[in-house]
Ligand binder design. Sequence first.
Ligand code: ADP
Length: 447
Amino acid sequence: MISKVLIANRGEIALRVLRACKELGIATVAVHSTADADAMHVRLADESVCIGPPPSRESYLNIHQIVAACEITGADAVHPGYGFLSENAKFAEILDAHGITFIGPTAEHIRLMGDKITAKQTAQELGIPVVPGSDGEVKPENALEVARKIGFPVLIKATAGGGGRGMKVARTEADLDEAINTARSEAAAAFGNDAVYMEKYLGHPRHIEVQIVGDGMGNAIHLGERDCSLQRRHQKVWEEANSPALNVEQRMKIGQICADAMKKMKYRGAGTIEFLYEDGEFYFIEMNTRLQVEHPITEAITGIDLVHEQIRVASGAGLSVTQEEIEFSGHAIECRINAEDPRTFVPSPGTITHFHAPGGLGVRVDSGAYQGYRIPPYYDSLIGKLIVHGRTRVECMMRLRRVLDEFVIDGIKTTLPLFQDLISNQDIANGDYDIHWLENYLAKSKG
Ligand code: ADP
C-alpha cells in the first residue's frame, strides 16, 4: 500500500497528480523551487519541501534533494509526472534502493524504450508495426545500398536523437551524401554521438498514439488512441480522441496489438506507443514510458482516471478494469494553453491580472494558474489545458467554440486566440489534417 506520495514535478501536472492522490485518500508532498513557492500545487498539498533555486537542474532534476525530501517527510512513493525525471532510469533505481516506490515502469523498461534503436527492435519483436528502415546504425559507406533497399525518399535520424535534431530527409540519391553528413554533424553537436540510422520517409502522415496500462504481472489494457497531428516544431498543440482518421475496427486492432505487446513485456504502469499513420498503415516511432500531457482526452472518453491506475499498479493492486469493461464514449479535444505569443510563439511570462476558467457540461480545465499568479520565466510555457468532451465530434467542436469565448486570461499573451482561429477552419472541422498541416497554416496566415 502507498500512503504518502511525493510529487516530483510542478505546474498543472503536479496538481493533476495531487487530485488523484486526494481521491484515493493518499497524503501528498509537494516539492518546489524558490520560484514556485506560491504555486497552486504547493498550496494544496498536505506538506511541501523547497528543493532548491529556480534552475531545473538544481531543483526539479536534483535527485539528491528529492530523495532527501522523501526521507524528511516519510513519503513512500514518488510520482514523477511528465518531463523532468519521469523517464530517468537512474532515478527509478535510486528510489528503489531507498525502498521508495517509483510510480512508473521498471528502470529496465525505461532504458529499453529510451534508446531509439533498441526501442524499435523491441517493438518489432513484440509484433508492433515499425517504419521500414535500416537494421540499426548506418555507416556513410553503406548508406546508398541501405537507402536503395528502403526506397527514396529516406529519413536520416540520430541514434541518440530527440526534439527533431539530427534528422534530415534525402529525397533522391543525389541528396544522400549531404543529408548523411549534415545529420551526423548535427547529432555530434547536439548529443556528442554522430551515429545515425535510416527510415522510409513518410510524406503526409498523421501522429496517432495508443494509450496502454500494464500491471507488471503480464496483464495490460489499451484505452484507444489519440490523434496529435496538429503540431508546431514537433510540439503538440491540439489533440483529439478518437482520431478522426480511424474507424472502430482499426482502433481496436492497433489497440489490441499494443496491449498484447505490453502483456508479453510484463510492462508496469501507463505508457504511450506513438505511431505515424499513412494510407491505412501504422508505423511505430517511439514509446513514452510515462503519463502524457494529453492523457485527459483519453480519460474523457473512457471515464478511467489514469493516475489512479498508475498508483494501483505501482502498489501491486492490479488494474481496476478489464479490456472488455472499457467503453469508449463520445469525442474529446484538448487545447494546450501556453503563455506565448499566439503568432510568434515567443514565451510571455508575467503576472496574470485576470483569470476566468469556463465551465459547464463536458468541460475540464487543468491549470495551476489563478488571478495574481506570476508565471516564472524558468520553465515550460504550458500554463493549462482545456479539455472538452461531447457525445459526437460535432458537439465537441460546438462546445469548444462556446468555451473558448468564455475563457479569460489577461496580463500575459496566450495561445487561446490560435484555437479560436482553428475552430473556424474547414479542414479542422472535417478532421482533415496531417502532421504538416499546422506549420503550413501558420506560414500561410503570416504571409
Ligand atoms: P524525436 O525524438 O527527435 O522527436 P521522433 O522519432 O519522435 O524524433 O520523430 C519526431 C517527428 O519527426 C515525428 O513526430 C514526425 O513528425 C517526424 N518523423 C519521424 N520519423 C518520420 C518518418 N519516418 N517519416 C516522416 N516523418 C517522420
